[in-house]
Unconditional design. Sequence first.
Length: 77
Amino acid sequence: MACNCSKPITKSECAMLREFNEDGRMFIYHIFDDKGLVVAYVPEGENPNDIAHERGFYNEKGELEWYLTTEHPCLWE
């Protein structure tokens, strides 16, 4: 999946993504229009799609939309 970079995040949100990546566990995120960045932990053996569905990670078209926290380009700036 490509990152949805059309929705900006703040420097503090990018720092938060860095912290999640350093944790070593798997995390996914979605950028909501109204709530901004939301990150969810994916326990080992769990399907990320299930976690995203439970958290309501859907885009404007009603499609499930999530990204690995390692995918955001701010991490490489």
